[in-house]
Structures are given as C-alpha cells and as structure tokens.
Design a protein. Structure first.
Length: 214
C-alpha cells in the first residue's frame, strides 16, 4: 500500500474500502517490484489506479494523453476506462514500457493505446488532436513544460491529472530545498495562479492534482 501523506490507519481504512485491483494488475505490480527494484516506487498506488479508471469513465474522453508510462499500471487503468477513445502514451524507456506492452496485450486493450518513445517535449508537439484527459507522472522538473504543451491541446472543460504534487509531504517542509522539492512547489504555485484553470489537490498516495481547463 503506497501512501506518503495520510496517517497510516486512515490510509489502511481507505485501502480496505476501495475496490481492489484484479489479478492482472496485482501481477503487474509484483513484476514491477521484481524487475525494477527501488524504481518500483514510481508506480502509482492501487487506489490511484482505481481513481484513474473512474475519472476516465466520468469524462468519457476521445483522446487521453499519458506522460510517463513506466511499466504500464496507470496506462492500463486509463485504457480500461475508455469507451471508444484512444490513449497516447509517452515515455523514454524501451525497457520498462516493454513490460507495459505485454500487459496491455494480456488485458485486451493494446488496440486502444499508442506508445511514443522519446522526450515528451520533443514528441508531444507532433500530436495533432484535441485532448480531453491527461495524466502526468514523469520527471518533476519537466512538469511546467509538459503542462503548457497539454494546455495548448486541452479542450475547454478538459482535465489534467498530475501525480506526486505533495512529494512525500516535502512541499511543506522548510528544511527541504532540493531541486525536485523546489520544482514541485513552483509547479503547484504556477497552477494555482493560472487563470485558465480550476484546480484541487487530493491527498491520495503522494498527492494527485486535478486541473480543469475553464
């Protein structure tokens, strides 16, 4: 159970009262831990995965963008929420996304997903489509650039979901001034001050920001 900002008893209670992942997602989580070691912390939590699927179902998007695919847990959750739409995934690792592709096939959603490898600042501009929904879970220092690229393509009323925005709670710790923590604070401030959007931060796992384009 991945949780960084809630008291453990509350986090455990939420986990126990959230629909649990199926066997395929459980197996993906296990394989990710075995294959990536400490890097497995980059995978979203089961409760986040459930939320991603539900939000995708609520929005009913035609075009979804994911920046940061890793081994595919979040993309699988997004794709399962689609009803006729398409998911465009962007990542830099052929090794990790090879795991993702196997699980997309096993889940029967591979035909709903297009994967592009390379830095998103270089590859995303080629996407000539209006975006309805986006999920960002990539390098934190790149968040402002990714945000602007998505905002250019996001339809009015569209939703961007951004992971790790509480950064293990470090965003409110004055003793933490490493580059990533500072980058997350600056990103959160930037979004809050952007008149183009309405935003809120959910204290789920490591913090998930929902940003709706006005």
């Amino acid at each position: 159970m991945k949780n960084f900002v809630l008291d453990q008893p509350i986090a455990q209670y939420i986990h126990e009262h959230t629909t649990h992942p199926d066997a395929l997602l459980e197996q993906l989580a296990i394989e990710t831990r075995e294959a990536t070691g400490d890097e497995a912390s980059m995978q979203i939590s089961a409760s986040q995965g459930r939320l991603l699927t539900m939000l995708t179902q609520f929005v009913n998007p035609a075009v979804v963008v994911e920046l940061g695919t890793f081994t595919g847990y979040s993309s699988l959750c997004l794709a399962r929420g689609l009803s006729g739409g398409h998911l465009y995934c962007y990542d830099v690792s052929d090794e990790w996304t090879a795991i993702a592709k196997r699980y997309w096939e096993a889940a029967g959603v591979a035909d709903r997903i297009t994967l592009t490898l390379g830095p998103a600042t270089e590859t995303l501009p080629a996407l000539d489509a209006q975006v309805d929904l986006a999920f960002v879970d990539a390098d934190k220092e790149g968040y402002p650039a990714y945000y602007e690229l998505l905002m250019e393509r996001l339809r009015p009323g569209g939703l961007i979901m951004v992971d790790n925005t509480l950064w293990t709670g470090y965003v409110v710790d004055p003793a933490r001034n490493d580059a990533t923590t500072v980058a997350m604070r600056e990103f959160n401030d930037m979004v809050m001050e952007d008149p183009r959007v309405t935003t809120t931060i959910l204290p789920i796992s490591d913090g998930l920001t929902l940003i709706r384009k006005n």
